[in-house]
Write a protein that binds this ligand. Structure first.
Ligand SMILES: [Fe+2]
Length: 300
């Protein structure tokens, strides 16, 4: 490289760095120190990305169009931004940062885009299927703190896809199915009927699906059932249980949500096996799964 080329390159780098410095400095008088930290760090990292890949104006236009499409497809029943965050591993990284391992507390995983507020309550031992189809599955366990004390009254939200891989919010008729909340009993125990989880693709008909296709990535998620557990004085737990033996475990989870401690046995029961609560599931197989939940304290 000639000296003049080096000088030109140096001047180019200086121009770019001056811009970064100006943008960072523009946030200097932000009163909220945390907001200041977030904005200045965001500016540094965004500019570092642009400079590293030498982003073209056309590529940035495409990115804006992509984000616009993500926004346009998002409404109160579909959350494409959460999906985008999930497939980029941003959700899992944020969870990792915010929920450091504590003793034997149950590990967290992604919230996902399919949680709905105000799901119906079922009694302990009730059925969350609400008409959603699938192999019946009996799920039971305890909710304790990290000292081993039961957490009576813990609120347990559960939601899952049906055997076709669809959540109720993806149905066209607006009905609620495959989701509910219940409260742990006086001994911290819980149990309910759901469906044996099956692998399903994340919604791939929108901009996030197009991005996965363009990058040769699978939209499939490992079979799972969602939990969110809340109790006074305890850290809110957002997690799933995954089905041991699901072939999708080998292929990988499209949102990076699997943790070994969350892989559980869903043991299939032959037709005619008596059910734990005596309910009649007809002449068909069913499964059962045990999941003991340990909540970390809110203040560590
Ligand atoms: Fe899910």
């Amino acid at each position: 490289m000639h000296t003049s080329d080096t000088e030109t390159l140096d001047e180019q780098m200086a121009i770019e760095q001056r811009l970064v410095d100006s943008v960072v400095a523009s946030f200097d008088s932000t009163t909220d120190p945390r907001l200041k930290e977030l904005m200045q760090s965001l500016a540094r990292h965004l500019h570092a990305f642009i400079r590293e890949v030498r982003l073209s104006e056309g590529e940035w236009s495409n990115a804006i169009a992509f984000l616009t499409a993500v926004g346009n497809v998002t409404d109160d029943r579909r959350q494409e931004f959460i999906l985008l965050s999930d497939v980029l591993g941003v959700s899992m990284q944020t969870i990792a940062v915010g929920n450091p391992a504590y003793k034997d507390a149950t590990e967290s995983t992604v919230f996902g885009p399919f949680f709905v507020e105000d799901a119906p309550e079922v009694a302990v031992g009730g059925d969350i299927a609400g008409g959603a189809t699938g192999q019946p599955c009996w799920i039971e366990g305890t909710v304790t703190d990290t000292m081993g004390n039961p957490v009576p009254g813990a609120r347990i939200e559960v939601w899952q896809a049906d055997e076709g891989g669809f959540y109720d919010v993806q149905y066209s008729d607006g009905r609620i199915a495959g989701r509910a909340h219940l409260f742990a009993d006086a001994h911290g125990r819980y149990r309910f009927w759901g469906m044996t989880p099956v692998p399903y693709p994340i919604p791939s008909d929108g901009p996030v699906g197009k991005m996965l296709a363009a990058t040769n990535r699978s939209p499939m998620r490992v079979a799972h059932l969602h939990f969110m557990v809340t109790a006074d004085g305890q850290r809110t737990l957002v997690t799933h249980i995954f089905v041991a033996g699901d072939p999708q475990l080998e292929r990988g989870d499209s949102v990076f949500g699997v943790k070994d401690s969350l892989i559980k046995d869903f043991v299939e029961q032959p037709p005619g096996t008596p059910t734990p609560d005596g309910s009649d599931v007809g002449d068909r197989t069913w499964s059962r799964c045990k999941f003991d939940i340990v909540l970390a304290p809110e203040q560590i």
